[in-house]
Design a protein around this ligand. Structure first.
Ligand code: ZN
Length: 283
């Protein structure tokens, strides 16, 4: 055991393309997936996590291109909401995102759950409904080699975006879903505050499917779009990674920085160089 030493090695570093602003209309430099692939490959990154909107009908082609460049498609973001009033009426759209993950050749599809189910209050009933629906999706995903990663969100996203708020909540839903191909994604933006994180992660052995990096800015200005670059905030990144790795995780560390006023305004090459530097220095 012992924490992986990244000080001179970024072979575990992956890019979530949200970091370049691609997943939102009117943001980012507008690089094509091919440009992103070339820029990551030239920096010898482990791989890339894409968002559905960048992929369109080109999943097979883009997946092959990533592998030809010597990297992996580390994951796909994400299913439509599964619960809450913004969730589609059927699970068919979620099944389509499972198909897309399979076509890309990635084994991890992230789920941001959606909020409190209409007609219910609080979160317990929604978590129960979520587990039932996730179990159905897991059954569909299993023969395609796709695992579903439930990502708990910071509690401020309750109501409309999530009904799971901690690693604890996410693991409870995993257990209720009783599916071997359901796990969790741990994003420092969402879990950095949780004093029970280390203990909860001990329960997560074998279930951690992704680890997402950014930082929590001391004076954040926007709950969705003002994430910090690693090292610029107050999250204890090394301690969180130590807990994640202590629970058996040895996979990629994906940088996911939504930053409409800062990093999305910069030249993507500069952003990527900064990521590599900070990854080695502070992550
Ligand atoms: Zn994330």
């Amino acid at each position: 055991m012992g924490l992986r030493d990244f000080s001179n090695d970024h072979s575990a570093l992956a890019l979530n393309t949200a970091t370049l602003g691609h997943n939102l209309e009117g943001h980012g430099a507008g690089w094509s997936p091919e440009q992103v692939i070339d820029a990551c490959a030239s920096r010898r990154m482990a791989g890339i996590v894409f968002w559905q909107r960048e992929i369109g009908e080109r999943a097979v082609e883009i997946g092959n291109r990533v592998r030809a460049a010597g990297m992996e498609v580390v994951g796909l973001c994400r299913t439509p909401y599964i619960t809450g009033s913004d969730a589609p009426k059927s699970l068919n759209e979620a099944r389509a995102s499972i198909d897309m993950a399979a076509e890309l050749g990635t084994s991890v599809l992230t789920i941001v759950t959606g909020g409190t189910e209409p007609g219910t209050l609080g979160v317990m009933e929604s978590q129960k409904i979520l587990a039932e629906r996730v179990a159905k999706l897991a059954e569909y995903a299993a023969p395609l080699g796709v695992q579903l990663a439930l990502e708990p969100l910071n509690p401020m996203f309750g109501g409309n975006r999530t009904c799971i708020f901690s690693v604890r909540d996410a693991l409870n839903v995993c257990e209720a879903a009783q599916s071997y191909n359901v796990g969790i994604a741990v994003d420092v933006y969402h879990v950095w505050w949780d004093s029970r994180l280390h203990d909860d992660l001990q329960r997560a052995r074998g279930r951690i499917l992704g680890y997402h990096l950014c930082d929590w800015l001391e004076k954040t200005s926007h709950m969705l779009l003002d994430r910090g670059m690693m090292g610029d905030g107050v999250a204890d990144l090394k301690a969180i990674r130590a807990s994640v790795e202590d629970a058996g995780y040895t996979g990629a560390c994906e940088v996911e920085i939504f930053s409409s006023q800062h990093w999305w305004q910069r030249d993507p090459d500069e952003v990527l160089d900064t990521i590599v530097e900070r990854f080695k220095a502070v992550c």
